[in-house]
Design a binder for this molecule. Structure first.
Ligand code: IMP
Length: 190
């Protein structure tokens, strides 16, 4: 059974390929020869993941999924949320973190969560699967692993930031891992 991951990011594709059963043949956008960027102009993770998956589904009519992730900070009414990648306007992680520190300067509530939504077109039906991890934003940068907001996010009941953790450890508990596990269970049982 073929399944397309509507992503150009081969690292993400390989990560999922490694944990899928051999019966499912995972293809990236590069594998199917789709080289355009898909504009993510939705206002929610659901909308953005759907835009990506549906674009490919409409062209190829095959099983396909796409993901979208955001960091939601409680005292900032859920910002940066769906705009996490370009929070500071530059697309640069250091700038995004600097902006986050500035916005949180006067706030005592530092609770936040990462959420990943996967939109899946499977046997001509649409499904949404998601994963979350809750924790808090600290007021300094710690660690050098990972990417994005990892150096400032400490998951609940852990003393380390995502960037201080071993990548395997992060990948066992993360928002993305939660959503991907649901995806795998679904496609392997349906
Ligand atoms: P994407 O939808 O996976 O491209 O994620 C959107 C943005 O959310 C990224 O550009 C990062 O800023 C942030 N982000 C997503 N996943 C993570 C993560 O695991 N750690 C830290 N930041 C993340």
């Amino acid at each position: 059974m073929e399944l397309i991951f509507a992503s150009h990011n081969e690292n993400k594709v390989n990560e999922i390929r490694a944990v899928l059963s051999k019966d499912i043949h995972l293809l990236s956008l590069n594998d199917i020869g789709f080289h355009q960027e898909i504009e993510e102009n939705g206002n929610t993770l659901e909308e953005n993941s759907r835009i990506k998956a549906e674009t490919i589904y409409k062209i190829y009519g095959k099983n396909v999924f796409a993901d979208d992730t955001g960091l939601f900070v409680e005292s900032l009414e859920g910002a940066p949320g769906v705009y996490s990648a370009r929070y500071a306007g530059t697309g640069n992680s250091a700038d995004n973190i600097e902006k986050l520190f500035k916005e949180l300067k006067t706030k005592s509530n530092r609770k936040a969560y990462f959420k990943t939504v996967i939109c899946l077109f499977w046997k001509n039906e649409i499904h949404f699967l998601s994963g979350e991890i809750h924790g808090e934003i600290i007021d300094e940068i710690r660690g050098s692993e990972g990417f994005g907001y990892d150096p400032v996010f400490v998951p609940e009941s852990y003393g380390l930031t995502f960037a201080e953790m071993d990548l395997n450890e992060k990948n066992q508990i993360s928002h993305r891992a939660g959503a991907v596990q649901k995806l795998i269970n679904f496609v392997e049982n349906n």
